[in-house]
Design a binder for this molecule. Structure first.
Ligand code: AKB
Length: 314
């Protein structure tokens, strides 16, 4: 069956690059980008675009009917750091949008949903090294609470109503085309821009804060892949652990110095340090590898080289 896709939250960091990929795979006319605000000119000019507030179920339904949408990718969310400043807003955006989309699938307006979870579902009581797929999940952030709850809503809609919802626990996603906003892992994007523009960077995490990370291309490929495999390969309907690389600010800075020898980094931690401290150092993604064949392409050194080459060439 041919798919027509709606991406909610398409103007953000992941949406911008996911739209590019989906339009290549499914054809531009079959991929509708939407957000509460305009996106980049290339996002808005490369195919259909609609302004949608992802918490407004009727507005989503109008667009679903207008384009005969079959799948929704729900990327609209408030991330960990901003969520701590606006806890109720974060809960409202993250949960209302998910329940709206799950209801549209339950009522058969669409047949498939992608919804990202995050390593933020884990907390300081979870094992820190190679955090297992199934383990203690006691998150300390509102964002994490919304992601754990969302995972169980996804599982519930699948078990109770047969909704085909698929999900990945994204680590920190590193990109150079669009900057992220409001996350704890954002330093690992900013550092590249500052390295090229200024040759120095002040980091809001301490030098040894190791976190799971992934290059955008891998994240986009995993997202498209999990949506394309047969439904019987998806054995987990909460969300899959996904891993590619783990590094600390110090290790990332050393890697950047291999290309920009004079690059310097200083450290001035803030409230985001406590969030990072509560998250895993590394993730066990065996289930994603076994069930639907996930494997990453980018290591820290390969990613650093590609990002710096692109930023310097800009
Ligand atoms: C954040 O830092 O909040 C996000 C995430 C890990 O989900 N990048």
């Amino acid at each position: 069956m041919s798919q027509t896709i709606l991406v909610l939250g398409a103007s953000g960091q992941i949406g911008t690059e996911l739209i590019e990929k989906l339009r290549t795979v499914y054809g531009s006319a079959h991929v509708v980008a939407s957000d509460i605000r305009n996106g980049s000119p290339s996002l808005m000019n490369s195919g259909p675009f609609e302004i949608i507030d992802a918490t407004d179920k009727e507005a989503i339904l109008t667009v679903v009917k207008k384009y005969n949408i079959t799948q929704i990718y729900l990327l609209a969310a408030m991330l960990s750091a901003t969520g701590e400043k606006f806890p109720h807003k974060a809960w409202n955006l993250n949960m209302t949008s998910l329940l709206a989309v799950l209801d549209l699938a339950k009522d058969k307006y669409i047949n498939q949903v992608f919804w990202p979870s995050s390593i933020a579902v884990f907390g300081s009581t979870s094992p820190k090294i190679q955090t297992p797929q199934k383990t203690i999940m006691e998150p300390s952030t509102v964002y994490g609470i919304s992601k754990v709850s969302g995972e169980f809503w996804c599982n519930y809609y699948h078990d109770k109503y047969g909704v085909d919802v698929r999900s990945i626990r994204y680590p920190g996603i590193i990109s150079w085309k669009t900057k992220p906003g409001g996350g704890t892992t954002d330093y690992a994007v900013d550092i590249f821009f500052k390295a090229v523009e200024q040759g120095s960077f002040e980091c809001f995490l301490n030098k040894n804060s190791c976190l799971p990370m992934m290059y955008m291309e891998d994240a986009v490929d995993a997202t498209v892949q999990i949506m394309q495999v047969n439904a019987d390969q998806i054995k987990i309907r909460t969300s899959y652990n996904l891993s590619a690389m783990n590094f600390s600010p110090k290790e990332l800075a050393l890697e950047i110095q291999r290309h920009i020898p004079n690059f310097t980094i200083t450290y001035k931690t803030d409230y985001r340090q406590a969030i990072a401290d509560s998250w895993p150092d590394s993730i066990d993604d065996t289930k994603a590898r076994e069930d639907w064949g996930w494997t990453p392409n980018y290591t820290l050194s390969k990613m650093t080289k590609v990002i710096l080459e692109n930023l310097v060439a800009q």
